[in-house]
Design a protein around this ligand. Structure first.
Ligand SMILES: Nc1nc2c(ncn2[C@@H]2O[C@H](COP(=O)(O)OP(=O)(O)OP(=O)(O)O)[C@@H](O)[C@H]2O)c(=O)[nH]1
Length: 223
């Protein structure tokens, strides 16, 4: 397939420790859900995404959610085109951190970068899980969506464990955010395609994502 020359975009992934950042990136970039939990310090991934015949080379930066690395994490932010702020749907305190910690850090170190709010581990939002594993009520879709509104960011949920499509949707939206910043001429239409390698277009994106697709970003501003 003929494609126009590729553009490069950098996406930084942040969020509380163990909220699911590394699993998200592994499923997207390596097609595999990691066994066990290994704390991240820094890790880089690359992946290709194609939108409107334009190949986008994604450079994906995984960061540590640990406060221990609060002083070194900012090294990841320069030149970021988008930041994914992740939280764990089964742990409401990780959503609290989005406004208490992550919004401020991003506004301090890359104030003109687009943000997306990502609810991870949506498979854990089940009555069965809540009853048997946790006394906490999982974060609802509306709670996530309301926090996203306070960030002026799109809200998307995924389960890296159970749904590769949901993970692909995250990077579909993130890539659109990067492309709209870097190339105002690239527009999505009903017939346009967005792919990760050979992945296909998704027509069942959540409402919040659909709303976002209609947003025309003129500059790299906090959405
Ligand atoms: N049920 C479920 N578990 C998940 C999912 N994603 C990640 N996990 C688990 O959550 C734990 C933490 O996942 P990581 O992806 O390593 O978390 P992280 O945010 O990168 O953590 P830090 O490196 O400490 O910042 C691991 O035990 C994963 O197996 C998911 O979608 N569903």
């Amino acid at each position: 397939m003929d494609t126009t020359p590729s553009v490069k975009s950098k996406i930084v992934v942040v969020g509380d420790s163990q909220c699911g950042k590394t699993a998200l990136l592994n499923v997207f970039a390596k097609d595999s859900f990691p066994e066990g939990y290994i704390p991240t310090v820094f890790e880089n991934y690359t992946a290709d995404f194609e939108i409107d015949m334009q190949r986008v080379e994604l450079r994906l930066w995984d960061t540590s959610g640990s406060p221990y690395y609060d002083n070194v994490r900012p090294l990841s932010y320069p030149d970021a085109d988008a930041v994914l702020i992740c939280f764990d749907i089964s742990r409401p305190e990780t959503l609290d951190s989005v406004l208490k910690k992550w919004r401020g850090e991003i506004q301090e170190f890359c104030p003109n970068t687009k943000m997306l709010l990502v609810g991870c581990k949506s498979d854990l939002r089940t009555e069965l899980f809540t009853r048997s594993h946790s006394r906490q009520t999982p974060v609802s879709y509306d709670q996530g969506s309301n926090t996203a509104k306070q960030l002026s960011a799109p809200y998307i949920e995924c389960s890296s464990l159970q749904s590769e499509n949901s993970v692909r949707d995250i990077f579909h939206v993130a890539t659109l955010a990067c492309v709209s910043k870097n190339n105002k001429n690239v527009k999505r239409s009903k017939s346009s395609r967005a792919t990760k390698r050979t992945a296909r277009s998704r027509t069942d994106l959540p409402v919040a994502v659909t709303d976002y697709k209609q947003t025309k970003a003129k500059t790299c501003v906090v959405m």
